[in-house]
Structure formats: C-alpha cells, structure tokens
Design a protein around this ligand. Structure first.
Ligand code: TXA
Ligand code: MG
Length: 369
C-alpha cells in the first residue's frame, strides 16, 4: 500500500489544513508508523524514537544497516532532558547559539532510548531542527522522532519532496511534501562526550564556530584549539573516527559515476573530448572512452561556467547555493541519463575560505568512492 501524500508549506503552517495534516502525521508516529518530513538540512524519515518497533521500520524502509545509529529530533529542552543523562555547560552554550538548527550533538543516553535507535551505543545523537513543519510534527506527536535522511541507504540524500515521493512512497506510511531544503547538506554531528567537542560529520556549522561558541574568552578559545590539535595528533585519533558508525558505509551515490577533479585537469579532459582524442590516462580512461559526450557533465559554479562549454552545469552563484543544489542535481543527472559527473574542486579563495565548502566536498568525495 502506498503512502498518504500531502503538500504542506512552512508559510501555511498555522492554517486549519496544515493542523489537520500534522495531526494525522503525529498519530501515525504515535502508532509506530513512518513519516517523511522536511527539515532545513535534508528530508528525514521519522518514527517514534522511544519505540523499538518503529525504529526497526526505519531501517527496513531505508534498507539501512542496523548498526548505523539514528539521529533523534526534539522540539523542546524538556524533551532533550528526558532522553540524555546530562547537559553540561558547553552543550548549553551550543544549544543557546545553534538550536533550533543544523547541529546534532552526541550525549550519553537514558534507558528510554532503545538500543535499536543507537545501534547498541551508550550515546545518542540529538538535534532540534528549525524547520517549522518538523518542529510542529514533533510537538504533535509528543515524542522525540528518530529520523535519518529519507533516501534509500547509499543513495544521495533527499532535499525535495518530489524525490521523496518517487523513491519512498511504497516504503513509508506518509510523506509531507514541502519547500526544498534550505541548506541541502545534513547537519554537523559533534561529539559532546570528548574533552573538546569534536566534529564527526562536517556540516553548515563548523568545528571552529563550535569552539568559538563554547569559549568565553580569547585565552579559553586558544586553549580549546590546542586541546583539539592534541586530540587529533595523539594515537587515540583512530579510535574516535569509527565512533560515528555511519562513516564506513557507501554514501550519496547516484547511478552516474562521480569524479572530483581540479579545474586544469577538467579543462584538459574537455579539450580531448572536443578533439575526439581518446588518451585520458589513469583511472578515467576506461569510463570516459566508453561514454558518449552528451552523457558527461561537469558540476561547477557561475564563475567558471564558461570554461566547460556544453559540459557545464552550474550549481549556483555562491557556496550556499552549491550546497542547496548538490543532492538535487546528482539525482537530476540520473533522471536525464548522465553517466559521468565530474565535480570541480574549486580552489578560488572565495570558495575555500568558507568552512561549508569542506562539508560539501566531504559528501561529493564519498559519492565518488
Ligand atoms: O541533517 C540531518 O542530520 C538529517 C536530518 C533528517 O535531520 N539526518 C541525518 O541522519 O543525516 P543520518 O541517519 O543519515 O545520519 C546520522 C549520522 C550518521 O553518520 C551516524 O553514524 C551518526 O549520525 N550518529 C548517529 N548517532 C550517533 C552516535 N550515537 N554516535 C556517533 N555517531 C552517531
Ligand atoms: Mg544519510
């Protein structure tokens, strides 16, 4: 049986129609069902975080490995207090500064959160989203909502409602179709159980902003930065990387093959393609040779659009637009039959000085693996 599908816009959140839709969605969550809902980062596939049967439905709907833990979404600090053992001073500062918003924090969990949610870990990842529909859905349900990104496991995350409908309508109970996700890249995941909070998954909020926010003085800031470097340079480093179990799985992969290359390399490839030269060298050789030219695209930005002629696809005029459009564009290339996507690893100062660029590159590199 297919999902109930409803359109609901953030700006119409207070209308009677929206109330009715969210009442239905909240009831589905309370009855161990699954609801896809919009957030400011990506769409989430939600279920009751206090109910292990509901959690299992998420894993089944996504085809997700059970040891990859889920993010739990809350709509209030009281809800957070019910599920974690302690909120220390640093976490309070991060909550004040970044919640509601694209920051997920890892805390020690209370027993109410079943092992199915956390993959057996003693910690739980929690986030308060800023999207009004997401917040109201959690309020209506009255329970925290566990929600990974709404894609089938391994595929690009879903940032627009129509892709949710196409990919997931036979796999969940309800889909709330809303505006496209504002940020377009999943939340920053930060571990609050270490001496200095350590970013496990980069996102819109950077490691540096986090250290800034927890430090009251300039001295404290530099001391925290030093502690961070110490943690990274000592041998324990390898121990905390697997702490985010999701990192070991394939991610974000469209049907097309993805390559991440620098401008000069791409210009040279395009010259060869335009001159019907077949010598591409190294790992690109086999793939490019067997692909017709129309099925090769270069992802770039407005500044460099002219460099790549017919091959160019611009993801936007600035870094925020590139982030917002990334997953949608990966999926759209599959829709139109593109087989090779070459992502331009931009070096220009304007892009690379922005920390969000690292989060975007992190996703594209994973898509290329
Ligand atoms: O923006 C987002 O975070 C979206 C929206 C829907 O909120 N959700 C999302 O969930 O991206 P998901 O399941 O695709 O990613 C969760 C990430 C995974 O890398 C997982 O391994 C990590 O968070 N994670 C979850 N719980 C953890 C824990 N207790 N310790 C370490 N990492 C954890
Ligand atoms: Mg995901």
């Amino acid at each position: 049986m297919g999902a109930i599908i409803n359109n609901i816009l953030e700006r119409d959140i207070d209308t009677k129609l929206s109330e009715d839709i969210l009442d239905t969605a909240g009831n589905i969550i309370l009855n161990s069902g699954t609801v896809i809902f919009p957030t400011e980062t990506v769409y989430g596939l939600g279920a009751n975080a206090l109910d292990k049967r509901a959690a299992n439905r998420i894993f089944k709907a996504k085809g997700r490995p059970q040891d990859n833990p889920l993010i739990v979404h809350v709509s209030s600090i009281d809800m957070l207090l019910n599920i974690v053992t302690e909120i220390d001073g640093r976490a309070k500062k991060l909550i004040d500064k970044f919640w509601p918003g694209p920051l997920t924090m890892i805390f020690y969990k209370k027993d109410v959160i079943p092992d199915e949610i956390t993959g057996g870990l003693e910690t739980v990842a929690v986030r308060m989203p800023s999207n009004k529909i997401a917040l109201k859905l959690i309020e209506k349900a009255g329970v925290p909502i566990a929600a990974p990104s709404a894609n089938i496991s391994g595929r690009p995350s879903i940032t627009s409602g129509n892709y949710a409908e196409r990919e997931m309508s036979e796999r969940v109970d309800m889909i709330l179709i809303s505006e496209d996700s504002e940020i377009g890249i999943e939340s920053t995941v930060v571990d609050m159980t270490t001496e200095v909070p350590i970013v496990l998954r980069p996102g819109k909020i950077s490691q540096n902003e986090i250290i800034r926010a927890i430090s009251s003085t300039e001295d404290e800031y530099f001391s925290n930065i030093n502690k961070l470097y110490d943690t990274f340079s000592n041998k324990e480093r390898n121990e905390f990387i697997p702490k985010s179990p999701g990192m070991k799985y394939t991610h974000y992969s469209p049907e097309a093959k993805v390559f991440v290359l620098e401008k000069d390399e791409i210009v040279s490839i395009i010259n060869k393609l335009n001159n019907d030269c077949n010598d591409f060298g190294d790992k690109l050789e086999e793939v490019i040779k067997s692909t017709s030219k129309e099925k090769i695209k270069v992802f770039t930005n407005d500044d460099n659009l002219d460099l790549y002629g017919d091959f160019a696809v611009s993801l936007g005029k600035n870094i925020d637009e590139v982030g917002r459009n990334l997953f949608k564009s990966l999926r759209y290339m599959d829709d139109i039959g593109v087989e090779i996507i070459i992502f331009e690893k931009i070096e220009s100062i304007n892009f690379t000085k922005n920390d969000f660029w690292n989060a975007i590159l992190n996703r594209v590199i994973k898509a290329s693996e």
